[in-house]
Write a protein of this length. Structure first.
Length: 368
């Protein structure tokens, strides 16, 4: 590598129900980490809306710095912006992540300092609270149109940015998995680990067990399946905003450590991805589906825009969103036909390689 870019990542600290520093989780952690492993200088500045220890934290070659928003959020944001300005003065490129506010701020900083900005959309940020405010919504769309490039997690988001008037330099960088962590495990050993019945047919999921994901559809569907098949069990793990129904064949693992999730997924005969046909389901990328694929778990998923493209060769693995009868039908068929011809699963290193090319194209064009 002939160019050693100085990359600055601007983001909030808590996203997708995880903590970037404490949990070392997800897209915003993994892609910068792999860029650092490739020899780039990567610094990250994150704003915590929860009280966390501030300061500098090293994640291998990535230097993360955390600032607390505090009870007076405006004061915390002021501290964050001032620090971001200082760090951006020594950066070759900025990757702005996590919600609309960080893209708006990064675009402004980039224009003040002449530093190119790439705005990352891992979700439809208009569905987040800040962008529901009319002024911020307008500023968000302006930042999407005017920053140097945009990275999006799904095809649906790519088309959404075009509806804002963005005509070029929009790149799809999907979510991926750490294949050193997510890989097939012995089913019987994993069931022993979680005290699950060895001979049962277990369906289930791990992740956000929330109403907005349509998780109630899974509960209703299981009741239908369980009433006709005494061997079917349901196993669940993850944060939730709903009570898990009481049933002798429902097994609630609570919230697992991230490194326990692959073993849990390996206990399943069928993994299930619930979603609703709304602003989230349309534009999200089903990270959990990729993790199940990496663990070689047969899966079914809600037929929403954000998921449909993953199963273009197997539409029979999709069920109608929020339709427990159709979910029961698809699960029943999947228990009979448990093929897993998923092909190769994208890694975070692959995604970092895509972002690296975007960064190099922007910075080289500035110096020519």
């Amino acid at each position: 590598m002939t160019v050693r870019l100085r990359i600055l990542v601007l983001t909030k600290r808590q996203y997708t129900n995880q903590d970037l520093i404490d949990d070392r989780f997800g897209r915003i952690r993994e892609i910068p980490l792999h860029l650092a492993r490739s020899g780039y200088s990567v610094r990250g500045l994150c704003l915590s809306y929860r009280r966390r220890k501030p300061g500098v934290f090293w994640d291998e070659g990535v230097r993360w710095e955390s600032v607390n928003a505090g009870p007076a959020i405006a004061g915390g944001w002021s501290r964050y912006v001032l620090r971001a300005m200082r760090l951006a003065a020594d950066a070759d490129i900025i990757w702005a992540c996590s919600d609309s506010l960080f893209g708006i701020m990064a675009h402004w900083i980039g224009r003040q300092l002449g530093v190119p900005v790439v705005f990352d959309l891992y979700d439809n940020f208009e569905s987040f609270l800040p962008a529901r405010i009319p002024v911020l919504k307008a500023l968000y769309r302006y930042a999407v149109r005017r920053c140097d490039a945009v990275t999006v997690v799904s095809e649906a988001l790519l088309w959404l940015t075009r509806s804002y008037g963005r005509t070029d330099a929009t790149h799809r960088i999907e979510n991926a998995v750490d294949t050193n962590l997510f890989s097939p495990h012995d089913k019987l050993q994993c069931r022993f680990m979680f005290k699950l019945p060895q001979r049962a047919r277990i369906i289930g999921t791990a992740g956000s067990l929330c109403k907005k994901r349509g998780i109630e559809t899974l509960f209703e569907s299981f009741q239908m399946l369980a009433s006709k098949d005494p061997d079917v069990h349901l196993a669940l793990a993850g944060p939730r905003d709903i009570n898990i129904p009481a049933h002798p064949r429902i097994h609630d693992m609570g919230r697992l450590e991230y490194n326990e999730v692959p073993q849990f997924l390996s206990t399943l005969d069928v993994g299930i991805i619930c979603n609703r046909k709304d602003a989230f389901g349309t534009y999200c990328f089903p990270q959990k589906a990729r993790e199940m694929m990496a663990c070689n778990v047969p899966l079914v998923a809600a037929n929403v825009e954000g998921t449909r493209g993953l199963f273009s060769n197997h539409p029979e693995w999709l069920f109608a969103p929020e339709d427990p009868v159709d979910l029961a039908r698809v699960v029943k068929n999947r228990l009979k036909n448990n093929t897993t011809d998923y092909g190769s699963v994208s890694t975070w290193s692959d995604m970092a390689g895509h972002l690296e090319k975007i960064f190099l194209n922007l910075t080289v064009s500035r110096t020519e």
